[in-house]
Design a protein around this ligand. Structure first.
Ligand SMILES: [Zn+2]
Length: 198
C-alpha cells in the first residue's frame, strides 16, 4: 500500500510545526506520496494567500524528497498551473479532474496525470469529464476518492468501487475493462515509481 501525507487546502486547522511533521512522516515512509494538497477557491474556503503559501511549501518538499504529488484543484487551475510550471513540478496528478480540454492539455504538457473518479459513473456524466474520452490513455489514473464523490446510486464511496470507475472509462473509450485495468495499473506504477507486482 502506498500512502500519501499532506495538508489539504480546506483544512480549517493548521497545526504548529505542520511542515516539519509532514517532513518527518514522509522521511519515515520512502514510498509515500504528498497529497492531497492543492488549492480550493470556492466561497467559504480558507483565505487564498495562505492556501497558496502552504501549497508552495509542500511542492518544495516534493521536489526536495522527489515524491509524486496528488493535487486537489477547485476553481483554482489558473493559479495552480502556473505554480507547478514555475516550480518545475512534473510528477503530479490532478485528482477528480473535471475541467476544460485547454486546462487538461496544460497539465499534460507539464507531464502530469489526470485522475478519473466516481463521477464517471453518474447519469448524465458531467461535461468536464469529456477530456477522458480523448486524452492519451497512459496519462489517466483511476480513483474512488472514498468516501467522497461516490459512484452512481451510492451515498458513500468505497475503495472497492474502483472497477466501476474503470468500467465507465472502458465504455467511454470503447475498450475492454481488462485493457483499461492493465493500462491504468501501469500508469499508477509510473506515477508512484514502483512495480506493484513486487
Ligand atoms: Zn480533493
Amino acid at each position: 500500500m502506498h500512502r500519501a501525507y499532506g495538508l489539504h487546502p480546506l483544512s480549517a486547522v493548521v497545526p504548529n510545526e505542520w511542515l516539519s511533521s509532514l517532513n518527518q512522516y514522509l522521511t519515515a515512509d520512502p514510498s509515500a506520496a504528498i497529497g492531497e494538497i492543492g488549492l480550493d477557491f470556492r466561497r467559504g474556503s480558507p483565505e487564498t494567500s495562505g492556501q497558496i503559501e502552504r501549497c508552495r511549501q509542500q511542492l518544495e518538499l516534493a521536489l526536495t524528497l522527489d515524491r509524486p504529488v496528488i493535487l486537489h484543484a477547485v476553481k483554482a487551475h489558473h493559479v495552480l498551473y502556473p505554480l507547478l510550471k514555475e516550480m518545475g513540478i512534473h510528477r503530479f496528478m490532478v485528482h477528480a479532474f473535471n475541467g476544460s480540454a485547454d486546462v487538461a492539455e496544460r497539465y499534460l504538457d507539464l507531464g502530469g496525470w489526470l485522475s478519473l473518479g466516481g463521477m464517471a459513473t453518474w447519469h448524465p456524466v458531467p461535461k468536464g469529464l469529456s477530456v477522458f474520452a480523448q486524452m492519451p490513455l497512459d496519462r489517466v489514473l483511476l480513483e474512488t476518492d472514498a468516501p467522497d464523490l461516490p459512484i452512481q446510486g451510492k451515498d458513500a464511496g468505497e475503495p472497492s468501487d474502483l472497477p466501476e470507475v474503470g468500467h465507465a472509462l472502458a465504455v467511454l473509450r470503447g475498450l475492454s475493462d481488462q485493457a483499461v485495468a492493465q493500462q491504468t495499473r501501469r500508469n499508477a506504477e509510473a506515477f508512484f515509481g514502483v512495480d506493484f507486482a513486487l
